[in-house]
Design a protein around this ligand. Structure first.
Ligand SMILES: Cc1ncc(COP(=O)(O)O)c(C=O)c1O
Length: 400
């Protein structure tokens, strides 16, 4: 099928949940994507912060090919070594004692919600089932995760959602303090709010939440689905803040493009969970876990993380050098950056695509930069050059 035929067929056969640009990707290699017409694009989106090692990375591909020929799936009714290998890596590199695997970020948060309620009920009695989440949050689209997601447009058509969730302004500790009570079992927070437009939590805010959770015997849950696993230049985004959660959820980059979610917990939480409480047919099969361990082994190397930090600084400086008169604010850390424009960023995104650069938004007015973590300094320069050529598509901050 050519590009037109794919788009036509899609409009006939798919439920319309996404507005897509008129391009059909057929291949990826490193930091580049190729479309059905053979045109090459530099990828500053990485499948929304997923393709951590870019496309068809040699270690990723080898893991996929070797394990694919050996064993892909047996369900969670049976033991497999790759699942244990991945869990060991996650536990040994974090605060957590144990891992529950699922298939996506939303599912990782569903598990965190269920585990929090069960832990609270067992340890502190029934009725301790309320949750605090934050304005601007995004935790996923399934009913439980959606209940923790703030955006009214995502929630309203599907109400009633899971009850007992209170939203508090992000980075507003005083309001959180007023909202929390002994009936709260968990506080869900993104150390960086990605979907909202790349807003970072103040370290003091997270430290304050930690203290409030301790005071009220509630669990602190960090959703690192987007900002975790090396994206900020540290393995976990919360390492920058010095605050440790009780639960951390992961997904997007974990298997470098294959679906997986993980809910990392401490032993007291794990002790509340028993066989039958939760599960998944597909989660963490041997193929996905072998690939995820290969991704983890690359991303967790100190030199790799240092490179992400260096490249993040280069990207940030390069964006500012394009012309600060069109930048309201540049937020984020490492290779998760949000550039707030003075108006919609869609025209710039479309022009960049025509110029051979794939870049995405986070909200109407924020350009989100989240390339493969393996991007090179030369590729960063090449992408910035495309943005430079189209920079005047952004409004000037002073309105001229
Ligand atoms: C912070 C955060 N949590 C959860 C999710 C949901 O992940 P998924 O789309 O894999 O369900 C996302 C997706 O963008 C996210 O950014």
């Amino acid at each position: 099928m050519d590009t037109e035929q794919v788009i036509q067929a899609e409009s006939r056969y798919l439920v319309h949940t996404y507005n897509r640009p008129p391009v059909v990707f057929t291949r990826g290699e490193g930091s580049y994507l190729f479309d059905a017409e053979g045109k090459r694009y530099l990828d500053f989106a990485a499948g929304i912060a997923v393709n951590a090692l870019g496309h068809a990375h040699p270690s990723w591909l080898e893991a996929l090919q070797v394990q694919g020929g050996r064993l892909t799936h047996v369900s969670n009714l049976f033991h497999t070594e790759p699942q244990v290998e991945l869990a060991r890596r996650l536990v040994e590199s974090s605060f957590a004692d144990r891992v529950f695997f699922s298939n996506s970020g939303a599912e990782a948060n569903e598990a965190a919600l269920k585990f929090s309620r069960k832990w609270a009920g067992l340890n502190h009695g029934e009725g301790k089932a309320e949750v605090i989440a934050f304005e601007g949050s995004f935790h996923g689209r399934t009913m439980g995760a959606l209940s923790l997601t703030h955006k009214p447009a995502y929630r309203r058509p599907f109400e009633p959602l899971v009850p007992g969730v209170t939203f508090v302004p992000y980075n507003d500790l005083a309001t959180a303090e007023r909202a929390i009570s002994d009936r709260v079992c968990a506080v869900f927070v993104e150390p960086i709010q990605g979907e909202r437009g790349v807003y970072m939590a103040d370290p003091e805010f997270l430290a304050g939440l930690r203290a409030l959770c301790d005071q009220h015997h509630a669990l602190l849950v960090f959703d690192e689905v987007q900002c975790g696993l090396g994206r900020t230049g540290r393995l976990w985004a919360h390492e920058w803040t010095g605050v440790t959660p009780d639960i951390m959820t992961l997904a997007k980059p974990l298997a470098g493009g294959l679906p997986i979610g993980a809910t990392l917990v401490t032993d007291p939480i794990a002790s509340a969970i028993e066989p039958g409480d939760h599960g998944s047919t597909f989660a963490a099969g041997p193929l996905i876990c072998t690939v995820a361990s290969a991704v983890f082994d690359e991303v967790s190397r100190p030199e790799f993380l240092q490179q992400v930090e260096n490249n993040g600084q280069k990207m940030r400086a390069g964006l500012l050098a394009l012309g600060e008169e069109r930048i309201v604010e540049l937020r984020g850390r490492g290779l998760l950056l949000g550039m707030q424009g003075n108006g919609p960023v869609k025209p710039l995104i479309e022009a960049a695509r025509q110029g051979g650069l794939i870049v995405i938004s986070a909200g109407e007015e924020v350009l989100r930069i989240c390339p493969p973590l393996t991007i090179s300094p030369e590729e960063i320069d090449a992408g910035l050059q495309v943005l430079a050529e189209n920079w005047n598509m952004l409004g000037r901050v002073d309105g001229d």
